[in-house]
Design a protein. Sequence first.
Length: 589
Amino acid sequence: MSILSILSFLGGLALFLYGMNVMSTSLERTAGGKLEHTLQKFTDKPLKGVLLGFGVTAVIQSSSAVSVMVVGFVNSGLMQLSQAVGVLMGTKIGTTVTAWILSLSGVEGNSIWATLFKPSSFSPIFAFIGIMMIMFAKKDKLKNIGSILMGFGVLMFGMTMMTSAVEPLKDSQAFTTFCTNFSNPVLGVFAGVIMTMAMQSSSAAVGILQALSLTGSITFQSAFPLILGLNIGTCTTAVISSLGASKNAKRTSIMHVYISVIGAVFFLAAFYILNAIFKFEFVFEKLNPVMIATIHSVFNILTTILLFPFSKLIVKLAEITVKDKKGSDENRVATILDERFLKTPAFAIEQCRQVANEMAELAKNNLFLAISVVNKYDEKLAKTIEENEEKIDAYEDSIGNYLVKLNSKKLTKRDSNETSKILHSIGDFERIGDHASNLLDVAREINDKGISFSAQAKEELEVITSALKEILNNSISAFVKDDSQLASTVEPLEEVIDTLHERLKRRHIERLKNNECTIELGFIFSDLLTNYERVSDHCSNIAICVIQSKDNTYDPHEYLNNLGEDNREFAEEIQEYKEKYALPARENK
């Protein structure tokens, strides 16, 4: 094999790996987090997990990516070990789909159909269509499809280059002798492990083996141990990703290793024992890419069938291997926002959305608790409010830092809009939490001084409090559900709350003038109204962000100016809220 052939092989390998990476990444992006969400949600039964693991791996063309996701799910508590074991088995079968696609390089014959199915015939067309879509399509979805086609075209072109580069080896006695060394089962398995560890992709390693098989030097005896080793080597990505993670994440990666190793040891031993007895003639048969894909698939399917009934034992074995440590306390938010998910940005955004939703609900509920404490002070609830405020602050730090890292990744327009919406909103959630603390201070002052509002002031506060609860419920629900229609109901109510704030201030001043209220109570009343009005402002910001995030814009002033320009529907909504939250008539004295 000449130096030019070696360089050609390396160039083909580079294109092959690059094409596989582009295709896999684009497939993940196109899925938009849906496949990962499905993987997390619908794995309540081991058989479902196997099927979903197979399906997701077949779609995104990367068992390593799926296994890392599973480690992340378990680390964050979103998936149990009993669910993960089935998914990991499914990924083993799903990764064989790539080998079948690559086996097209071995299609032979001169018929029109055989010619059309050769990569040299269709991969240039795919690549051309793909680059046209990347260059001229305006929608992200079409660009992603173009990247998939382009990646596939480059992958198959690289496969063709590798095949052409190794073709002279078919007449090389030295290469034939080298390949027979892998007939030693232990050496073959070890070589397969090293090969996959080096490339971090069993699919790529199988592709190289398929390319080499076209030289006619690869036999079943040399290929079988290699394929078993390739399946073990692919576990290294999951093992590396579990370093520094929770004990259950480590157990997940260990289960992945156990599934591969137990399957390899069993079938290796079974084959060589049976071969010693029956002397199989096909052992020395020369393989082609289709045969290698077949061996790869059959081994992984049989391994799953063999081990599936023992899923619980594999979980137990992993738990014995990685034992519990007393006193471990894992940060739940940190585990949900696992940095492993940054490799699949679409799902990482799903995780951010989940945590942001929790933060939003916590901020809302904490404000409601603070309102209840103003009405009836309770020290136990007061401590809960303080603890919740600390959690809200922690949420903001965790989400903000995670989104900064996520923004450095290549995001679709839709994902970019979502990150902007979350980033803008978490600040408002944090400020709502601060106002809950302010209300708690007011409640303590009322309780410590043993004072209370007049009956008239209490009635007025009930009206604005009801309005505040509705606007808070609407804005938080609109954010959680990403509901623009519900978000549009927030601004009219915010206008009404502003009006109520001004009217209640004027009434309060009248009570002061008439000596119906003390200066001290006046300050407290004013503090309550100010906090209420500012909370409604933050609700307005959240709602506007939900509405404008669809267009990747955030300009509250423009939105509010547009609402004010003879908007009849807006005026009607304001009137409805005014009637709903009408103040009680003033008592004449």
